[in-house]
Ligand binder design. Structure first.
Ligand SMILES: NC(=O)c1ccc[n+]([C@@H]2O[C@H](COP(=O)([O-])OP(=O)(O)OC[C@H]3O[C@@H](n4cnc5c(N)ncnc54)[C@H](O)[C@@H]3O)[C@@H](O)[C@H]2O)c1
Ligand SMILES: O=C(O)[C@H](O)CO
Length: 319
């Protein structure tokens, strides 16, 4: 009898075919109120699940007694309770590495857009407001030669630091769970305390996983320690930041601007005060969203799943 797989994200057709050839597969492009009951029903006999952007609760896992592996099409694993996976002896696979460069590109575009007011001024032109030569009211601030403070110097943080060092001559300060000797050797990065980083950096960029330890670790105190000219960049996870404190810091000019790809609640509600702030660049969680990278992530996630179900070595296990 074929093992059963539940797909809860739209995958490229050649990957669907690959799965169908070996498993009995149920497909959901995405799970919503209309198909949630059918999704839960399908878990009852699932040996493997693959998808993204859906919290997989312990109640769902309890309803899936045959489950061996969950494969997420993401590097972040915050949609899962890792301790529960360990307790149940389940495998959790993810897609590190293949998205480093695209995500670092997105982060750098947030740095540039926030500093040079790209979105705000592009809208100014489109609105027909460009009627004469621009003046100080439209000036931005330099990126090249400034100090970048990275909280989280892992795979993606290092890719951001490479762009900053080699492309923009920036000085790199970082804080990380442990020192990163390669970044220190190759990018002249300096390990500092979080408070020192906040006080010295012109751009503060979060590149950490969301965990019980990092949830809401960045709040009013941290914004208060940043320079008033400082620009805050977050493309890791919204819940690492106290969003209300961030809104206050932007409204009262405790900090200069923010470039954000992630939010406490996604999609960002249309009435969020963040959307009324000219000093905010907000993106719809597009860190890794290029055709090439999303394909590579989907291929890796399928390879992880298949290996797990065949009892072979899984290329990238988070648990
Ligand atoms: N916006 C997006 O689309 C997008 C895309 C990819 C990844 N992400 C997010 O980025 C995260 C990081 O991805 P990665 O592949 O670089 O992970 P990684 O594990 O390679 O790097 C994370 C780094 O954070 C450090 N860290 C953890 N807790 C810390 C703390 N409390 N203080 C200081 N440093 C700490 C770790 O030491 C590690 O070096 C993912 O978990 C995901 O949430 C978002
Ligand atoms: O964690 C990730 O891989 C990104 O947030 C894309 O979902």
């Amino acid at each position: 009898m074929k093992q059963r797989v539940v797909v809860y994200k739209k995958l490229p057709e050649h990957l669907n075919e690959q799965l169908r050839a070996e498993f009995d597969v149920t497909f959901f492009d995405r799970v919503n109120d209309g198909n949630r009951a059918a999704f839960l029903e399908s878990l009852k006999s699932a040996h493997g699940i693959i998808g993204a952007s859906l919290p997989i609760t312990n109640e769902m896992l309890d309803a899936a007694p045959a489950l061996k592996i969950a494969s997420t099409v993401s590097v972040g694993v915050d949609n899962f309770d890792l301790d529960y996976f360990r307790q149940r002896g389940l495998m959790l696979a993810h897609t590190p590495g293949v998205l480093n460069e695209s995500t670092a590109d997105t982060i750098f575009s947030l740095i540039l857009a926030s500093a040079r007011r790209i979105v705000e001024l592009a809208e100014y032109v489109k609105a027909g407001n460009w009627k004469g030569s621009i003046g100080e009211a439209q000036f931005g601030v330099n990126v090249h030669g400034k100090t970048l403070g990275l909280i989280g110097m892992g795979r993606i943080g290092s890719a951001v630091a490479r762009r900053a060092h080699h492309g923009f001559g920036m000085k790199i300060l970082y804080n990380n769970t442990r020192p990163n000797p390669e970044a220190e050797r190759e990018l002249n990065a300096t390990f500092v305390s979080k408070d020192e980083l906040l006080a010295q950096a012109d751009f503060v960029c979060l590149m950490l996983p969301l965990t019980p330890e990092t949830e809401r670790m960045f709040g009013a105190r941290e914004f208060g320690l940043m320079k008033r000219s400082g620009i805050f960049i977050n493309a890791s996870r919204g819940r690492i930041v106290d969003e209300q404190a961030m809104i206050r810091a932007l409204q009262d000019k405790t900090i200069h601007a923010a470039g954000l790809d992630v939010f406490e609640v996604e999609p960002l509600p249309a009435d969020s005060p963040l959307l009324a702030l000219p000093n905010v660049v907000a993106l719809p969680h597009i860190g890794s969203a290029t055709h090439e990278t999303r394909l590579a992530m989907a291929e890796l996630a399928v390879a992880n799943l298949i290996a797990g179900l065949r009892d072979e070595k899984v290329p990238h296990l988070a648990v």
